[in-house]
Design a protein around this ligand. Sequence first.
Ligand code: HEC
Ligand code: HEC
Length: 155
Amino acid sequence: MKKTLILLALATTTTVAFAGDHAYGPFPAAYVEECASCHVAYPPQLLTAPGWQAMMNSLDKHYGVDASLEAKRRAAIADFLQRNASRRDKHAAPAQPPRMTQTAWFRKEHGPLPAKATKALPAAAQCESCHTAAERGDYNESGLRLPAGYRKKEG
Ligand code: HEC
Ligand code: HEC
C-alpha cells in the first residue's frame, strides 16, 4: 500500500513547473541517482527532445566519461526526459554533443560564461555555483548568489 502511494507520487511530480516559475523539481529518484552524481540533475525543460535523445543514445561517450546505464534504467530516464523536454527552438542545442549551456535561451539569459571554470567564474554547466538551490531543480532568483567575477550582461 505504502509502496503504491510512493509510486503515484513520483508519477505526478514530473511536470511541476508552471509559468513564471523557475522551479523544475523535484525529479524522479532514478534520474537523481543516475544523473546527479557528477553534476546537478539538469532540468529536462531546458533542452529539446532531440538533444536528450542524442545524449541518452551515447551515454558510453558522455562528454569524455562513460555514463552507461542498464537498459531498463536508461529507458525509464530517457522517457522522463522526453516527456518533459522543451518544445521551443530557443532550447535546441546548436551542436553535438548537445549542451543546454549552448542554447540560444541559455546564452541570452546568462551572457558569456566560460565552458571551463576560471579563477573568476564557474563553468557554465556548474549551475549550483550561482543557483544555490539547483540541486533541487530550483532556479528562482531568490537562490541566486553571483560570483564576484560575474558581470551582468548588457541589455
Ligand atoms: C560519471 C559522471 C557523469 C554521469 C554519471 C553523468 N554525467 Fe552528464 N556530464 C558529465 C560531464 C563530465 C559533463 C561535461 C561537463 C562540462 O563540460 O562542464 C556532463 C555534461 C552533461 C550535460 C551538458 C551540460 C551542458 O553544458 O549543457 C548534460 C545535459 C548532462 N551531462 C546530462 C546527464 C544525464 C541526463 C545523465 C544521466 C543519464 C548524466 N549526465 C550522467 C558527467 C556525468
Ligand atoms: C555564473 C553564474 C551562473 C551559472 C553558472 C548559471 N547561471 Fe543561470 N542565471 C544566472 C544569472 C545571473 C541569471 C539571470 C537572473 C536574472 O536576470 O533574473 C540566471 C538565470 C537563469 C534562469 C532563469 C531564472 C529567472 O529567474 O529568470 C534559469 C532557469 C537558469 N539560470 C538556469 C541555469 C542552469 C540550468 C544552469 C546550469 C546549466 C545555470 N543557470 C548556470 C547565473 C548563473
